[in-house]
Design a protein around this ligand. Structure first.
Ligand code: C2E
Ligand code: MG
Ligand code: MG
Ligand code: MG
Length: 287
């Protein structure tokens, strides 16, 4: 209400601006403490293979539990950590933790989000190599998810870092495709192992014909380039049918799984999934 009332008034903008800056500073200081005091954790969201109806992969998703009892999502604190550079140590923590957790799930892939700042850090590939060596995690089972921001900001550096990462045998995935300006040109230039179609595109494709055309052609192009394709944020049966018909290889979304603690992953491995088998048409049972 106060927002509306103050709209257009200079004093309001100034106050708002200062408040934001102060808040950013506060979050940043708290994030430093969070690393020291072990307030981060990882959840894992399974990705379901459309053909086998089994878990093919898990994506590590970062959580921050503040001492005041509140949990803050990565959409809020990752951008702040990127600005201050704190994302570098946080990102290394994520990689090491995820590789250690995923040692136990030896038949599936592990996907880890990497921010633009990490990819641009010249030391990153070396640090990645060290983590792989320390943990003994198989690089062929690791996927690093990057966004187009990494590529747009500094394509030359990105290309060099990606080449080094690939030398380890690690897979590179383009995340959130269909939201910004990532184009087919990017796909040709960087040759990702996998493309993730963003939730917003999946959602729009259900009702909007033009969006459906974009999604369909993206899947076709990606597959012709031998990339795997994951549909993100699938929440309904109808969406699952649609992305499967479009040719997606994997489905990630609350229809099947929300992100969960590492300890719960084991029980979904090594067998086809009941709920997936219903929605993906592997069973004659109807919900
Ligand atoms: P993302 O990489 O695109 O991850 C998918 C996000 O969509 C996750 O949100 C996940 O919980 C959510 N999601 C999955 N399925 C559904 C669904 O069916 N419906 C809806 N509404 N949402 C769904 P989360 O965990 O809040 O993460 C948000 C973003 O924060 C991630 O988007 C990623 O960009 C970033 N992030 C998360 N963990 C890390 C990390 O360790 N490092 C970095 N640099 N970024 C991270
Ligand atoms: Mg991701
Ligand atoms: Mg994504
Ligand atoms: Mg996303």
């Amino acid at each position: 209400a106060s927002k509306r009332a103050g709209k257009g008034r200079c004093t309001w903008f100034t106050a708002e601006f200062d408040a934001n800056r102060a808040q950013t500073r506060d979050i940043d200081e708290d994030l430093r403490q969070a690393l020291v005091h072990d307030q981060f954790s990882l959840l894992y969201q399974p990705l379901v293979d459309c053909d086998t109806a089994r878990v093919a992969c898990v994506e590590a998703l970062l959580r921050w539990h503040r001492p005041d009892g509140k949990s803050i999502g990565p959409d809020v604190f990752v951008p702040v950590a990127e600005q201050s550079g704190l994302i570098l140590p946080i990102g290394l923590w994520v990689l090491r933790r995820a590789c250690m957790d995923a040692l136990a799930w030896d038949e599936i892939m592990l996907s880890v989000n990497i921010s633009a700042a990490q990819l641009r850090n010249a030391e990153f590939p070396v640090q990645l190599g060290q983590i792989l060596e320390e943990t003994g995690f198989d690089p062929g089972r690791l996927e690093l998810e990057i966004t187009e921001t990494c590529l747009v900001l500094d394509p030359v550096v990105a290309e060099r870092s990606l080449a080094m990462i690939r030398n380890f045998g690690v897979n590179v995935v383009l995340d959130d495709f269909g939201t910004g300006f990532a184009s087919f040109g990017f796909l040709r230039q960087f040759r990702f192992e996998k493309l993730k179609i963003d939730r917003s595109l999946v959602e729009e494709a259900e009702t909007d014909e033009a969006s459906r055309a974009v999604m369909l052609s993206s899947v076709t192009v990606a597959r012709a380039m031998r990339m795997k394709v994951t549909a993100e944020g699938v929440e309904t049966e109808e969406q699952a049918r649609m992305v499967r018909a479009a040719g997606c290889d994997q489905i990630q979304g609350w229809l099947y799984f929300k992100a969960m603690p590492a300890a719960e992953i084991g029980k979904y491995l090594n067998r086809p999934l009941d709920m997936a088998s219903i929605y993906l048409g592997h069973s004659s049972a109807q919900a």
